[in-house]
Design a protein. Structure first.
Length: 180
């Protein structure tokens, strides 16, 4: 009887060890890396899809009730809240156009400052983290030259923490924005 119990405990230990190893493997291979993409890759993708980014910008500047848009829906100021069209009154065809354009750029979401004349509109191209520790990289159109600019996001990532959000100029009023 005692040998049988010892054998069962060993078998249970082996099974638990296997489960822990399997969970670790899933975590390592399924969850995305926490390092942002190289600045050069993001800028290259911007130039490849520049017309699409400009269309997203034009739409964001025109849609004053919109705050954010992504596959999960839209956040609007009128009515206030997050809705999945057709709920909330945001036009379904407009929402679908945003989703198509975001898909073309492989972006996750688009956003704008509130109000009639937003100073910043942007597209979320990368995010990683949990809760309040999420880091982002956006491609933004800014109506004025930002003061917190860096020469290289890749070099910025190597600086000591805590870091403050920065911009990296791309072209014209287009910038990368990172808070990582």
């Amino acid at each position: 009887m005692r040998q049988e119990r010892t054998f069962n405990l060993k078998r249970l230990g082996i099974i638990l060890l296997f489960l822990v190893a399997a969970l670790w493997a899933v975590f390592v291979f399924v969850f995305p890396t926490s390092k942002p993409p190289k600045e050069s890759k993001i800028i290259e993708k911007f130039y490849t899809h520049r017309a699409t980014y400009e269309r997203i910008r034009d739409m964001l500047l025109a849609d004053d009730q919109l705050v954010r848009v992504a596959a999960w829906g839209v956040e609007t100021t009128k009515p206030v809240g997050i809705h999945k069209p057709p709920e909330g009154g945001f036009p379904v065809n407009r929402y679908n156009e945003y989703l198509t354009l975001l898909s073309e750029t492989t972006a996750k979401a688009a956003f704008r400052e509130r109000g009639e004349n937003p100073g910043v509109v942007g597209v979320l191209v990368w995010a990683s983290g949990w809760g309040g520790d999420t880091r982002h990289v956006n491609i933004c159109w800014v109506d004025h030259e930002p003061v917190n600019q860096v020469d290289s996001l890749d070099d910025f990532y190597k600086t000591s923490k805590p870091r403050h959000p920065v911009f990296k100029h791309i072209d014209g009023n287009w910038y990368l924005w990172a808070d990582w």
